[in-house]
Design a protein around this ligand. Structure first.
Ligand SMILES: [Zn+2]
Length: 463
């Protein structure tokens, strides 16, 4: 007899709008799901060239398609509208105001509350996901700064604000407050993008804005040492040779060489600690805010980059397990199909003489994304189409799960977050891997990628 494990499904209101609440919940209930996660946003198809593409473009994911059509389409431009009227007084401390766009009259904004009622009726918990650090129309001065003082330029997966920027932080906390004030009956909250970036190699050199400097000094970090050592690393990346890349690989199997580096460049380690304290500090403030509102029962989940990227994004699972009810490392394999190229193109831009194959061979080892591709070149690393195999071997995801479990030490639930955008055969492999690991459960993104066949696979393996 298998032990029951938690199962949660991300399902956005647009599917309840399009397929109907009954159909959506019948499908989810049949999986034996314990919870759904949704957003307080409703959607409506917009004209070509307007709104946002669904599935999101994610820098260059032009081939990405939905498995379940929405308004009859597998890729669509949508506009999003708040499902409630935000309380503007909550946002007074920030320059940023929430999305106030009025939904067209034919859009039923009450669908979000109806989803909450329906989930509860069927014995499922309801979590919300919000984006505290994606304020509308972000200003350049509030973006994270690279060490050379420049800011991320499009295309990016998302244009976020620096978490230590007072304007952004005030907006982020106001968004939490406004959301749970309007939906006090929800059972849990996810804050997406509440971490430093890691989609681009340059992101590992954020953030060096004046607010981060001030915060780091307040926390007792030696900012001059951080800047000196991170600048050495920045220079190293700008002067790479095949020999340097080969030497870097020696570090992977040699803790002594790695320790030697940390002794001589302690600022790099301090920088990672500083980013972790920033992120953990935000989660702590969020928890305290919810408690002050008397909503202690609403659970908080920390969701974001898995190892090794979480060390640089600041998502310190060990510390977060003291504050959050669950940690949710993202195992979004489609991202890891393109990441080697995104990082690799930056390296090649800085070091034009380096061959693509050497850059990719090294990056895959650094990031523990080994695959069977021969003669590696950038064109082979993309966000795949719906019928393309994701190259990395799935054992690498087992390693990441085990690492998080070690860090969390059972102080919080560990629910890896799998994305169903992959081949059916690989989905079967991923669901089995998570089901058979020592984790407490799984979140699945998202209903729109769950074809009937993929729903069957979850049902067969999970129950
Ligand atoms: Zn900053």
């Amino acid at each position: 007899m298998k032990v029951n494990k938690f199962l949660g499904i991300f399902v956005y209101p647009m599917y309840a709008q399009y397929e109907g609440i009954k159909q959506v919940f019948d499908n989810i209930e049949a999986l034996g799901a314990n919870a759904i996660c949704t957003t307080p946003l409703v959607a409506y198809p917009s004209d070509e060239g307007k709104g946002q593409r669904k599935p999101d473009l994610h820098i260059d994911g032009y081939k990405r398609l939905l498995s379940r059509p929405i308004w009859g389409k597998r890729k669509i431009q949508l506009e999003y509208f708040p499902a409630h009227d935000p309380d503007l007084s909550i946002f007074e401390k920030s320059f940023y105001k929430p999305n106030l766009k009025k939904a067209p009259p034919e859009v039923d904004r009450e669908i979000v509350n109806a989803m909450i009622t329906e989930a509860k009726k069927r014995g499922m918990a309801v979590h919300f996901m919000i984006h505290p650090f994606l304020p509308p129309d972000i200003r350049t001065e509030d973006q994270p700064r690279y060490i050379d003082n420049s800011v991320p330029k499009p295309p990016q997966v998302a244009l976020t604000a620096c978490m230590n920027n007072p304007n952004a932080l005030a907006y982020g906390l106001a968004l939490v407050e406004d959301t749970i004030k309007h939906y006090p009956k929800i059972d849990g909250l996810f804050t997406d993008w509440a971490e430093y970036g890691a989609y681009r190699l340059e992101d590992h050199f954020t953030c060096f804005c004046s607010h981060c400097e001030q915060k780091a000094i307040e926390l007792g970090f030696d900012w001059n040492t951080i800047k000196r050592d991170m600048n050495s690393l920045w220079q190293w990346f700008h002067s790479l040779t095949p020999k340097k890349l080969e030497n870097s690989l020696r570090l992977l199997g040699n803790p002594s060489s790695f320790t030697e580096l940390l002794i001589h460049y302690p600022g790099c380690l301090q920088f990672l600690q500083f980013k972790a304290e920033t992120v953990v500090g935000f989660y702590r403030q969020t928890r305290q805010l919810m408690n002050r509102m008397g909503l202690n029962k609403i659970e908080l989940s920390a969701r974001g980059w898995p190892p090794p990227w979480n060390h640089s994004s600041g998502l310190d699972y060990r510390a977060l397990s003291e504050i959050c009810n669950a940690v949710t490392p993202k195992l979004f394999t489609f991202d890891y199909c393109a990441l080697p190229r995104w990082y690799g193109q930056t390296i090649q831009g800085w070091n034009p003489k380096l061959k693509e194959s050497i850059i990719l061979d090294t990056l895959l080892k650094w990031m523990n994304l080994e695959d069977d591709i021969e003669n590696r070149s950038f064109v082979k690393y993309n966000i795949p189409g719906p019928k393309e195999k994701h190259p990395a071997k799935f054992e690498v995801y087992q390693n990441r799960i085990d690492e998080v479990l070690d860090q969390v030490e059972s102080k919080a639930n560990c629910y890896p977050h799998a994305c169903a955008y992959m081949l059916d055969s690989q989905w079967e492999q991923m669901v089995s891997l998570i089901r058979n690991s020592k984790v407490d459960g799984m979140w699945v993104t998202m209903y729109g990628y769950l074809s009937d066949r993929k729903l069957e696979i979850i049902k067969k393996i999970w129950q």
